[in-house]
Design a binder for this molecule. Structure first.
Ligand SMILES: C[S@@+](CC[C@H](N)C(=O)[O-])C[C@H]1O[C@@H](n2cnc3c(N)ncnc32)[C@H](O)[C@@H]1O
Length: 283
């Protein structure tokens, strides 16, 4: 007689409906709080990301959840809501041509060199910047990276400086040896950023929409890559205008591969592929 195996019962995942009106409320809140524009075709993505939160909190529907989010705009659930709706895709040395330009710029400047990574996500971008500064200037307190993001969860990850071996696999061996340690025990399968590098990066939350950017500028370079794409033109113009006051004379702005601001502002001029200089430096 074949043995009959009893299969463990798997509870079906709870599903609830999200009405169009609930989606529009979500769209309005994330726009007001983070400047992120959500098109209707993102409804399924929004549903999946927030449904996870609704299940965790054992709530019955989206209206209950939205009441919780809206009841305190400075509260924890608003932050969780923002964290759930941001898209954090990033990689080490993403858009590699930027890092060659960064190196040349560092060599051309004197004194302290400070960079702001304004949408740092899980830290791959600020780490790549810190590596270039370290390779160019050596171990020095003259090099500093400020790394900010609206999403507090990715910042927690970034501060740990731990990445899957898969994420660092494509880095040259020399960089892996010099700036990473292979994780052991609980960190098996991970590479840890060496403390000397990690300590040159200062992580803190910052919403680009906020009126008060609590960060010490001006900077030699700003990396604001692959975030403005989520904002509307009005917000982009406002942020670009404020960047002019956050850059030192001769400072440069790096933007994402699909972010072209030439038609939006006269404050910056295009220096190279998605790299901008301050127009006032040309006068
Ligand atoms: C696609 S990632 C880009 C990461 C990195 N800059 C890169 O290019 O690889 C976009 C990041 O922007 C952040 N973000 C979205 N809205 C923001 C806002 N209003 N203020 C600051 N950061 C924001 C997200 O949390 C996310 O981590």
């Amino acid at each position: 007689m074949p043995k009959v195996l009893s299969t463990p019962s798997i509870e079906p995942l709870m599903q609830v409906d999200m009405t169009d009106n609930e989606f529009y409320r979500i769209r309005d809140i994330i726009y007001q709080q983070a400047g992120i524009v959500l098109a209707y075709h993102k409804k399924d993505m929004v549903y999946n990301r927030l449904m996870r939160r609704i299940r965790e909190l054992k709530l019955e529907n989206f209206s209950q959840y939205l009441r919780l989010v809206e009841q305190n705009t400075a509260g924890n659930e608003m932050q969780q809501f923002i964290n759930a709706l941001t898209t954090n895709l990033t990689a080490f040395f993403r858009e590699p041509h930027h890092f060659k330009i960064l190196e040349q710029h560092v060599r051309s400047r004197k004194g302290k060199y400070c960079v702001w990574s304004a949408a740092a996500s899980t830290g791959e971008e600020p780490c790549s910047i810190a590596i270039v500064l370290n390779q160019t200037l050596g171990n020095t307190s003259e090099a500093r990276v400020w790394a900010t993001d609206i999403d507090t969860q990715v910042l927690q990850h970034a501060k740990k400086g731990e990445y899957r071996l898969h994420d660092v696999a494509a880095l040259p061996d020399e960089i892996k040896k010099r700036y990473f340690l292979r994780g052991k025990g609980d960190s098996n399968g991970y590479a840890r950023v060496r403390e000397t590098l990690l300590s040159s990066i200062c992580y803190q939350p910052l919403n680009l929409l906020s009126n008060n950017w609590n960060i010490p500028g001006p900077f030699d370079a700003i990396f604001c890559r692959n975030v403005m794409i989520y904002f509307d033109k009005e917000t982009q113009v406002r942020i670009l205008q404020r960047f002019t006051t956050m850059l030192k004379p001769g400072g440069i702005l790096f933007t994402g591969h699909s972010e072209n601001f030439s038609q939006l502002t006269k404050d910056f001029y295009l220096m190279g592929q998605t790299v901008y200089g301050l127009a006032k430096d040309l006068q």
